[in-house]
Write a protein that binds this ligand. Structure first.
Ligand code: ZN
Length: 434
């Protein structure tokens, strides 16, 4: 991926049309030097520039700046990350701004980071971006008290602003950057709307932290969705929301609960190997101490590896989540119990089935040695937090560490498959075994 940086330089720039004719190389900033000001503008800034009514301009309050410029964006591939960055270096807004792109409101910005991600709204050809800035109003209150400035425009029950009060910086202050940047695709495919977390909150968090989200519903016995109707309802709600729509397949029963057609509506399906029946037929959820019978640890972990390999070979999933998880009682012996032979059995099964291995930020699993070995074997990876609510939405800290420590590249990462190539469409549903 390449970098395209476009600086919109200027303090209190008014309505402008900026033709972009040069697509820079990686990291090369392009300064837009000439501003072509067009059309009648309500902006006081324009008047200020022309020295026609500088004082009136200085006192301006309300929506004042409207920058619109059509530009041509070359997208080398479908994964270009484009960030509209208000605040790299010194640029900022004193006030608030609304940023519609191609007629679609992206978000309102009123604090740091002064940044809007336009990746998923930008078109491959011509785009129209506005920045509507609402100015601060103390300047207007001061201006109203100056003689010869017409009738008062603003009114308040208590007015601390005098005619000679110093004017505040107000409006958009450059530079503004339009950035296409080399970036690692930080997608969290394992986010749940639970614990009071709303979709809007999740999206706001993702945007503020430079993440993209896949939001998954838990589907299976004793989970919110247990049939095709529930699947369809969930997809209906989530479609078009700018997030990937994920299905977390629960327990081993899921393969017998839902139809291929209903599941194929999801962007991806993932499961973990934390729920299964042991050789005595006892159903265990490995994170629940009371349900988990361990017995002899070596025998137990061999059984666990058998289950993982069976799941990867037979269940039509795109991602193996919460990988290499061990019950609390054995977690301290992770390095000893996850022998090279066991690790390799799991990795081979993932690779031969085209199943991505989740790097789980919450559990901090798998450990780096596993990830390095899996990368060497040609595995792909996804990132996930498996949040329980709002409080544990993170910044994929562990995943970022693993990118560096294990030398992961964007090409190592899972990308949801197009229709027709999803795991659920490649593999038939098996009969439950464990
Ligand atoms: Zn989950």
């Amino acid at each position: 991926m390449r970098s395209i940086l476009i600086f919109l330089v200027g303090i209190n720039t008014a309505l402008a049309v900026v033709p972009v004719t040069h697509v820079p190389n990686d990291g090369e900033p392009v300064e837009v030097k000439s501003w072509l000001v067009t059309g009648p503008s309500p902006s006081p800034v324009l008047q200020k520039k022309d020295q026609k009514d500088a004082r009136r301009a200085a006192y301006y309050t309300g929506k004042g700046i409207d920058i619109g410029y059509p530009r041509t964006v070359q997208r080398p591939d479908g994964t270009l990350v484009t960030v509209f960055d208000f605040n790299n270096h010194v640029g900022k807004i004193d006030g608030m701004a609304r940023v519609p792109l191609n007629g679609q409101d992206l978000r309102e910005v009123w604090s740091t980071p002064w940044k809007v991600d336009i990746t998923h709204t930008v078109c491959p050809t011509e785009n129209h971006l506005n920045i509507d800035v609402a100015h601060l109003w103390p300047n207007r209150l001061s201006g109203d008290q100056s003689s010869g400035d017409g009738p008062n425009i603003a009114w308040t029950t208590w007015n601390p602003c005098k005619a000679d009060s110093p004017l505040l910086e107000s409006g958009l202050r450059g530079p503004v950057q339009f950035v296409s940047q080399e970036s690692f695709p930080m997608v969290d495919y394992h986010v749940h709307l639970k614990g009071g977390l709303s979709l809007e909150e999740a999206k706001t968090w993702a945007l503020a932290h430079g993440l993209r989200y896949g939001i998954a519903q838990n589907c299976g016995v004793n989970f919110p969705v247990t049939d095709d109707t529930g699947l369809r309802e969930y997809v209906e709600i989530m479609r078009g929301q700018g997030v990937y729509v994920g299905m977390q397949a629960e327990g081993r029963e899921w393969v017998e609960l839902f139809s291929t057609e209903a599941m194929a509506q999801f962007d991806y399906i993932f499961t973990d190997a934390m729920t299964w029946r042991n050789n005595e037929g006892k159903r265990m959820r490995l994170w629940v101490k009371e349900e988990t019978v361990i017995g002899e640890p070596e025998t137990f972990i061999d059984m666990l590896v058998d289950r993982i390999v069976w799941i990867l070979d037979n269940e039509p999933i795109d991602i193996y989540a919460n990988p290499t998880f061990l019950p609390a009682e054995l977690a301290g012996r992770y390095d000893e119990l996850w022998t090279t032979e066991r690790v390799d059995r799991v990795i081979s099964a993932a690779v031969r089935n085209g199943v991505a291995i989740e790097i789980n930020a919450g559990l901090k699993l798998p450990k780096p040695a596993f990830i390095k070995r899996a990368k060497k074997a040609g595995a792909t990876f996804s990132f996930g937090t498996n949040n329980g609510g709002k409080q544990d939405l993170g910044n994929l800290e562990y995943c970022r560490q693993m990118i560096d420590e294990c030398g992961l590249a964007p090409a190592d990462m899972f990308v949801p498959k197009p229709d027709g190539q999803k795991a659920i469409q490649r593999k038939s549903l098996p009969k439950r075994k464990f």
